[in-house]
Structures are given as C-alpha cells and as structure tokens.
Design a protein around this ligand. Structure first.
Ligand code: NI
Length: 145
C-alpha cells in the first residue's frame, strides 16, 4: 500500500493519459499541424496552436502546484523528493526521445555489431525492474515478486 494511495491514483491517470495522447499523436502527420483545430483551446487557430496550448497549459498548472505546495508548507525539501523528481524527468525525456521512432528502426543496428534501440530500452527496463525488486525486498520488507 502506497503512503499516499489517492495521489498514486492521480499519478496513474496522468501517466495513462500521456500514453494515450502520445499514441494518438504518433498517428498524425507533421503537415496536419497547420490545419484548423476546431477545439476551443486553439482559440480559432491550428492544431499546432492547440498542442502549444496543451504544452503551456501543463506548464501553467505546474506553477500552480509549486505555489500551492509552498502555501501549504509541503515543498519537496528532502533529498528523496528531489532525486525522484529527477528520475521522473529523466524517464520522461527517454519516452520523448523514443515516441515517434518508426518501428522498423527498433531492431536495426546503426553499425555492424552495435546494439539496437530495442536492446537499449529493454536494458533500461530490466535494470530498473531488477534493482527495484531488490530494493523492495531489502527496504520495504516485501517478499519475492
Ligand atoms: Ni487550465
């Protein structure tokens, strides 16, 4: 059981929705960015404007979260909070670097004998999973998973 189960539910919603958004955007062609959006958040502008809005909307509300945490004196002051924030940002950058890669490049080695992009991602997943399994056992008193 998480220390903050209701927050964890919101985190899952945020991550799941990001995956759905990224999946939908992977099916768009870059030239569609200049077409009229029709959504009110684009304010009469293009799909590009809508997506710029969506990006800035997250940033605007990010500022609000920081302000509210400050107002309530629950800022992320300890090292663990800071470290996990960095880990989440690093993972987001990894996802951002991968999301639009055509499938046929996943298993292609850029040069003879080199690892593929799939190898790199599987490596990252394996070592995170392995190290966190050991960490849960040692520090969170969980049994074999
Ligand atoms: Ni808003």
């Amino acid at each position: 059981m998480a220390a903050n189960p209701e927050v964890q539910i919101l985190l899952e919603k945020l991550v799941r929705q990001m995956v759905e958004t990224v999946e939908a955007l992977s099916r768009l062609k870059p030239e569609e960015l200049d077409k009229v959006s029709g959504h009110p958040c684009a304010m009469g502008g293009s799909l590009r404007k809508l997506l710029v809005h969506n990006l800035e909307h997250d940033r605007m509300h990010l500022g609000q979260l920081h302000e509210k945490r400050w107002q309530m004196d629950v800022m992320q002051e300890n090292d663990l909070s800071r470290l996990v924030e960095e880990m989440i940002v690093a993972r987001a950058r990894l996802i951002a670097t991968l999301w639009d890669l055509p499938d046929e490049y996943l298993d292609r080695a850029p040069e003879e004998g080199a690892t593929t992009i799939r190898h790199v991602i599987e490596h990252v997943l394996y070592w995170e999973s392995d190290s966190m399994r050991q960490t849960r056992q040692k520090f969170l008193a969980e049994g074999e998973v």
